[in-house]
Each structure stands twice: as C-alpha cells, then as structure tokens.
Design a protein around this ligand. Structure first.
Ligand SMILES: Nc1ncnc2c1ncn2[C@@H]1O[C@H](COP(=O)(O)OP(=O)(O)OP(=O)(O)O)[C@@H](O)[C@H]1O
Ligand code: SF4
Ligand SMILES: [Mg+2]
Length: 330
C-alpha cells in the first residue's frame, strides 16, 4: 500500500480576485522504503507541496482548495486538529534546511529529543532511547552529547540531531526539505549517506526536496519535476535523468555543469519562474522554452503518461527528442 498518495492537490494563497494558486493539481505517491525526489527552481511550489502533507501551510493565508492527501489511506485535509497533531512528527516527520533554526537554543539536546519521545512514544522517553537515536544518526560519544546545547555542535552534528528528533516517533514518511543545502559539501555527502542507511534500516518512505541533481541520482527511486505549481515530468530517476523528455527537465539538467556538482540554486535557465497568480496562458514554461511553438501559448498541456512509467506535461516532448542513433550502423 502507498504510505502517501496526493491526488490533484490545489492550494491557493489569498482569496477572491487576488487568489494565487501556488499548487495546481499536484498528484504524487510514495511506497514504504522508497525515495521520491522533488526538484525544480526556486518558487516552483516544492516546499508548499511538502508542507501540505501534514497540513502545515497555515490557513489563512493559504486555502486548501481541492484534492486529497492520503496518509496510509486517511485524508489529511479532513483530519481534526487533534488527528493533525498526532500525525505531525508522528506518522510524518520533517527535516528542514537550517538545523540551527529548528533546535531550541536554550535547551540541551538530550531533553529536546526526549520531549519529542514523550509526545509520540511516552514509554520510550528515556536516556537510553535518546542515546540509541543519537547512535543511529552517527553521533559519536552520544552519552556525553546529551548534555550539549545546540551551539556547542557543528552544523552537520546539529542536522544529525534534527534527524534523530524526526526519527523519535518512528515515522513512516520522512520529508526532508533541502536538508543539506546549509552544510558544506563533505558534510552534505555524510548526511545523504545517513539518509540512505536509515531508509534501508527503517524501511521509511522519504520525500526529498533538493536542488542538487547529484543527490537525486544517488538517492531517488523516482523523481518529480515541478514548475509553476505543477508537476511537468515524473518517472523513475534513471530514465528521467538520462533521457529527460520535458524541455524544462532538460534545461534543469543542462544548467548543472556536471551531475555531481553541487549547486545552491538552479538559476542558469534564462528568465524566472512565474509567480502564482501570474502564470502565463497555455504552457506555463512557454516564454522560457527553447522548443516553444506558437500553439504552446494557446493550449494548456496535460500531464500525460508516456506508456513507460513516465508522465510528461508537453505534447511535443516525445517528438522533439532526437532518437538516439543505434550503436552500430545496420
Ligand atoms: N505564505 C505565503 N503567502 C503567499 N505566497 C506564498 C507563501 N508561501 C509561499 N508562497 C509562494 O508560493 C510559491 C511556491 O513557494 P515554495 O516555497 O513552495 O517554493 P519552492 O519550490 O520551495 O522554492 P525554494 O526552492 O526557493 O525553496 C512561491 O511563489 C511563493 O512566493
Ligand atoms: S508545451 Fe511547448 S512551451 Fe511547453 S514545454 Fe512543451 S514545447 Fe515547451
Ligand atoms: Mg522550498
């Protein structure tokens, strides 16, 4: 069974004539033990989509206009405040970019993790369990670390503590929103390795948002590419990265000099992502698309399965990709 199924999610900021639809018909699903990466330029709607999973985008200014978010089959959008409190940091846990901003500076890390345990697994709110979690995330000498304040730890160690805290509830789904962007490259690699190990050991589903296509290639089973509030391409990671079909996916990949190269922000595509409320008519990528045809500004493309496990929102994508030459002339 899917841990997560998002069906046709629509979310707006503001109301009436000024309402801006930041998430427009997003559908995604995720099974236990699998990793889905969500990629796209800044402002494309990745974080809003990810936060919606636990209904964490505050209402107002947001309005959940339509769709369903099923966590183990239960619709988050119909949950009571009490049910939402239980799933947040319970069934679904989050890790964000800035560990320093999420840890409370005035408490030692041991009590902070214990607090999370007390809420979700009261019987396990012990030093022994805190030490086990710190060991699980690779913190050396965890018995001594319990007494540290966050500022006594490096950024990488703080991020490990955040991950330990996220794991305290034994979540079935871990949502990591650019968990390594604030860290230096060596530490990034260690945290990614840690996420990979944890997924294997614990069988969690992971939704990972990243700007780093190297990480996507390393960690993802599937990848969804987002642009202007919509998914424009979705499929198995190897195929999407090696043979991208949508012109936007191709542009994203070409904007990274090498797949392994780290980039803080993908900004190399000329132009900018249109803002919600100001999406162009027709294909939302048309003003920036190197392959645009006159019809692209008139017709709104749908996300269509290509018959091989991939979905693409561009009617011309298939025909615009050059068919690779066979390795041997016949
Ligand atoms: N509270 C809010 N009120 C109004 N608009 C918002 C709010 N939060 C987000 N938005 C808008 O929704 C759009 C999507 O934002 P989101 O944070 O999901 O982008 P993102 O893809 O995560 O970008 P980044 O890569 O920079 O994190 C943006 O245009 C943003 O300005
Ligand atoms: S529909 Fe047209 S503008 Fe949009 S991605 Fe395809 S070719 Fe480009
Ligand atoms: Mg974001």
């Amino acid at each position: 069974m899917h841990i997560l199924e998002i069906k046709n999610l629509q979310l707006e900021f503001g109301a009436g004539k000024t309402a801006a639809r930041a998430v427009d018909g997003v559908s995604l699903s995720l099974e236990a033990g699998k990793t889905l990466c969500l990629v796209g330029e800044s402002g494309s709607g990745k974080s809003v989509t990810a936060l919606s999973i636990a209904k964490l985008v505050p209402v107002p200014p947001a309005r959940y206009v339509g769709g369903e978010i099923l966590l183990e089959g239960r619709d988050v959008l119909k949950m009571t405040p009490r049910e939402l409190r239980e799933i947040r940091g319970g069934l679904v846990s989050y890790v964000f970019q800035e560990p320093g901003a999420s840890l409370n500076p005035v408490f030692r890390i041991g009590p902070q993790i214990k607090e999370s345990l007390r809420y979700h697994r009261p019987a396990a709110a012990t030093d022994t369990e805190v030490i086990r979690l710190l060991k699980l995330v690779g913190i050396p000498a965890p018995e001594a670390r319990l007494k540290n304040y966050p500022h006594e730890m490096s950024g990488g160690m703080q991020q490990r503590v955040m991950i330990a805290m996220a794991l305290a509830s034994q979540p079935k789904l871990l949502v990591a929103d650019e968990p390594t962007t604030a860290l230096d490259v060596t530490i990034q690699a260690q945290i990614i390795e840690l996420l990979r190990d944890l997924r294997r050991q614990l069988g969690m589903a992971v939704l990972l948002i990243t700007h780093n296509l190297g990480i996507v290639g390393d960690l993802a089973d599937d990848v969804a590419v987002m642009y202007a509030g919509q998914i424009v391409e979705h499929g198995p990671v190897r195929e999407v990265l090696q043979r991208p079909l949508h012109p936007y996916t191709r542009a994203l990949i070409q904007s990274v000099p090498e797949l392994e190269t780290d980039v803080a922000r993908l900004t190399a595509i000329p132009g900018t992502v249109p803002l919600p409320g100001a999406f162009p008519i027709g294909c939302r990528f048309n003003s920036r698309c190197p392959k645009a045809l006159p019809a692209c500004a008139a017709q709104t493309p749908e996300l269509v399965p290509d018959g091989n496990g991939r979905q693409v929102r561009c009617p011309y994508a298939q025909s615009q990709i050059q068919t690779p030459k066979p390795p041997f002339a016949s």
